[in-house]
Design a protein around this ligand. Sequence first.
Ligand code: 3PG
Ligand code: CO
Length: 562
Amino acid sequence: DDKWKLKPHPSIPKPDKPLLVVVLDGWGEGTHNDDFNAIHKADTPCMDSLKEGAPQRWRLLKAHGTAVGLPTDDDMGNSEVGHNALGAGQVVDQGARLCDKALESHRLWDLDGWKYLAPAAQAGTLHLIGLLSDGGVHSRYDQLLLLLTGAAERGAERLRVHCLTDGRDVEDGTSVQYMQRLQKDLATLREAAGVDAAIASGGGRMRVTMDRYESDWKIVERGWDAHVLGEAPSRFTDPVEAVEKLREPKALGGKPASDQWLEPFVIVGKDDKPVGPIEDGDAVVIFNFRADRVLELSRAFEYEKFDKFERKRHPKVRFAGLMQYDGEEKLPKHFLVPPPDIERTTGEYLARGCCVPTYACSESQKIGHVSFFWNGNRGQPFNSLETWHEVPSDKNIPFNEKPEMKSREIADLGKEALRSGKFDGGQVRLNFPNPDMVGHTGDLEATIVACTAVDKCVKELLDEVEAVGGRWLVTADHGNAEDMVQRDKKTGTPLREADGRPRPLTAHTLNPVPVVIGGPGLPDSVRFREDLPNAGLANVGPTILNLLGYEAPPHMVPTLLA
Ligand code: 3PG
Ligand code: CO
């Protein structure tokens, strides 16, 4: 297709071997090289040697805030915006920012999504389901509140919130405060607007509702039962008590459950009946702006035919997402804010115009990152030149129990793809989830193991590229493992509990990430330019096109190469 053709690069020839692209998920460059930097503590001879080996082929990139399309520079990076930027070669306003704008200007209430919902929201109950925190990765508390008040002002008289507790993008244990805050804000709303507003159900985000990439539908089923049917193993009259009780250690000596892993619960009234099951005629909104962890619930609501679990009851509701989560699948059909349109990505040029093959592989937890997010939130390959390969993740275990995760399998598949000849002239793109997924557990020792394991895999892969005579680019999508402790904002001193235990940091960071290139197939003259000190993840996109022998199209940000 001519529209998608790219000019040959003036000085870098097209490779006759593959380009290996590795994304180390959650591998940032820390400012504190102390005991809480899992990457510093881990045994990482390969990544260390890359940093020291060729200064002109190693550098740092911005991976947070406005550099990746987030509202402010206080926003930590995340995999969605990170992989979007890497693959698109462009910085676009991301979901969080678009929703802020639509809510601030009140435009949201004039758009088609709300027009569709309004009759049901006014006549029945309006349900809001989503992640309850200020993390800003999947959702934000202030946006939930604006949705609640805005809907109440527009005639929604009965409001129910179904809360997934976080502890992953924010500190563990804060679910209690968020519940208290929401209880207070709902009380204010009841008084000010004379509406009936309450919390109806909930559970921990890793245990209830927010599965991703079909890793484990059981998680979504638990959420369906609690939010829709009003059924869960635990019932409480008070949502604050619910999270407090569910956080208590189960058995003697048992560890307390963390916010991420709380069991599902339902709130019941004095009559012992659930206060907010979802009924025919109601309106339902998912208030997450980020797609990956709400696509499955959206399918459960939207699709007439559905066989992923027994829904038992499929209420006839008006359903919308805060955003449309998959533009190709048009899921959901109705949405409150139009999603970012991430068009003309590197992948589309390579597949449609350059006819170059791509192999994208990770385990279930991150497969969509190097495929769906990389290609601008598209759930299907552009054409048959793209191969997406998913290694099934372990189900339902906190990954600190197995910090190697599926890194061995991913590395082996990568090596096989490099050797196969099938991806010559194209890309072998891998994501190693470990530093991120284990980092999110807050378990420092396990995260050190995770980083060591991944470094070993990178070494093996680079050796394979060496053997076949290819090229490689290694980078990351955002920071996580390089800082595992909460710190005093001013001094950087680790914060501790009264008993001296450090307070774990489960979330991503604001740190930059490394990018490094090499390989025997790369002409000696290829090096990074020095005039882009503020380059970010998006600059990797055009760089990859160059490394494949093409000039990048002008709508992309500048290449990193001199
Ligand atoms: C998650 O969904 O696991 C976290 O909120 C963000 O992690 P990711 O952006 O690295 O996927
Ligand atoms: Co993460």
